[in-house]
Design a protein around this ligand. Structure first.
Ligand code: B12
Ligand code: SF4
Ligand code: SF4
Length: 325
């Protein structure tokens, strides 16, 4: 194993060959980043802890079906998210098997979960796939804080593979940011997490969209501390219990993702938006902005004021089980 690692590390593999392996396995976009690139300074420790022999990071994207992402029926969005994440994990495994046959070794990271919950409430992920995708020239971060690929816009999921071989040539950042600064993502965001000046309120988004995941951890406390069913039901309505129960049984569901849904960037959305901006707003932004639904907020937060200003939304208060750092 040690000899194999050294051998591959000394070889330099043509990017064309590895790219072909990745695309044939089902990735939609691929790029390569060298481990010693200065822009990876914040990420290097996490990468090397996962795989000390890393020479190259392979960044991959897989596109989601745009219409599922845009549908006001959020179970359709969540089904598509789940399929795409599973596809991406399977594709990454397939790529690694092919690379192994070329004498290249490495590790496949997880697109999202599982993460290292021993570090909760700190940073539980090791490598930011967005940073890798930006460096690999797959896309640029838009106002919505998602990587926008010129071809698929924000409708991509990302993963990274760490390998022990060098690749030639490496990819570079895109020169142009495809973000139009149309601010539709900020307009549709029910919690005000995406802000027009480019700031992002991490806690507002996590409290609402991740309600059935980490945001819903106060459920455990309510189950433990409620004296009787009445006291429990005063904190969690039956529909909320069913939502959490469903997420536990079938995999968790996001409450939102609207900033991903409305972004016009990409081959399909951009011409449609530029041809008829008002029509685009009516058809794709308004139904989500005015969707009747509960929105979860922390008391006293900016998200609370934001939800109160939208008469279509029902405010629901969440508790932090422990303060986030
Ligand atoms: C943490 C995380 C979140 C957090 C924070 C989001 C964020 N902007 O970082 C929350 C829960 C809010 C979240 C929500 C969503 N996410 Co998310 N998430 C991640 C994760 C695990 C890491 C993100 C990251 O690298 N952040 C660091 C830097 C690069 O991001 P940043 O925006 O510049 O900085 C923010 C964070 O660093 C955070 N922060 C700063 N310090 C600290 C400290 C601690 C302790 C914590 C917890 C956070 C934190 O605050 C900063 C400002 O907001 C990645 C998977 C991965 N391993 O990469 C997926 C990922 C970024 N998520 C993704 C998606 C799709 C979503 C959602 C649409 C899902 C949904 N339906 O809810 C929303 C969209 C929210 C948004 N507009 O960003 C995709 C993005 C794909 C793309 N096209 O870019 C990823 C890459 C997953 C994947 N495999 O594809 N996510
Ligand atoms: S997922 Fe929803 S709450 Fe989170 S930033 Fe996007 S629009 Fe806002
Ligand atoms: S919705 Fe508009 S402002 Fe937001 S990321 Fe997309 S192009 Fe940029």
């Amino acid at each position: 194993m040690a000899t194999q690692q050294k051998k591959a590390a000394m070889d330099i593999f043509p990017a064309k060959l590895i790219r072909q392996i990745c695309l044939e396995a089902g990735a939609d976009e691929v790029g390569f980043v060298e481990i010693d690139r200065p822009e990876l300074a914040q990420e290097r420790q996490g990468i090397l802890e996962n795989y000390p022999a890393t020479q190259t990071i392979i960044s991959l994207s897989r596109a989601l079906n745009r219409e599922n992402v845009q549908s006001p029926a959020r179970p359709l969005y969540n089904g598509e998210v789940r399929r795409t994440e599973e596809d991406l994990s399977r594709i990454s495994g397939e790529i690694m098997r092919h690379l192994n046959s070329q004498d290249i070794r490495g590790v496949i990271l997880n697109p999202a979960f599982p993460m290292d919950m021993n570090r909760w409430p700190g940073k539980t992920w090791d490598v930011s796939h967005k940073t890798m995708a930006v460096e690999a020239g797959i896309g640029v971060m838009g106002l919505n804080r998602l990587v926008l690929s010129p071809r698929f816009g924000s409708n991509i999921f990302l993963n990274s593979i760490l390998i022990n071989a060098q690749v030639d040539p490496y990819d570079q950042r895109l020169e142009q940011n495809p973000c139009l600064n149309c601010r539709l993502c900020a307009a549709v965001c029910p919690t005000g997490a995406v802000q027009k000046d480019g700031a992002f309120d991490f806690l507002a988004c996590a409290t609402h969209s991740y309600r059935d995941l980490s945001g819903g951890f106060d459920w455990a406390a309510a189950l433990l501390t409620s004296g009787d069913l009445g006291e429990y039901r005063a904190q969690f309505q039956d529909r909320e219990t069913m939502g959490l129960w469903q997420s536990l049984l079938f995999g968790f569901n996001h409450k939102c993702g609207y900033c991903q849904a409305v972004c016009p960037v990409g081959d399909v959305g951009m011409p449609r938006y530029l041809a008829d901006k008002k029509g685009y707003f009516q058809e794709l932004v308004k139904p989500l902005k005015e969707r009747a639904e509960p929105v979860y907020v922390l008391p006293g937060s900016q998200a609370e004021s934001r939800v109160k200003s939208n008469s279509h939304k029902e405010i629901r208060y969440a508790k932090l089980a422990r303060p986030l750092q």
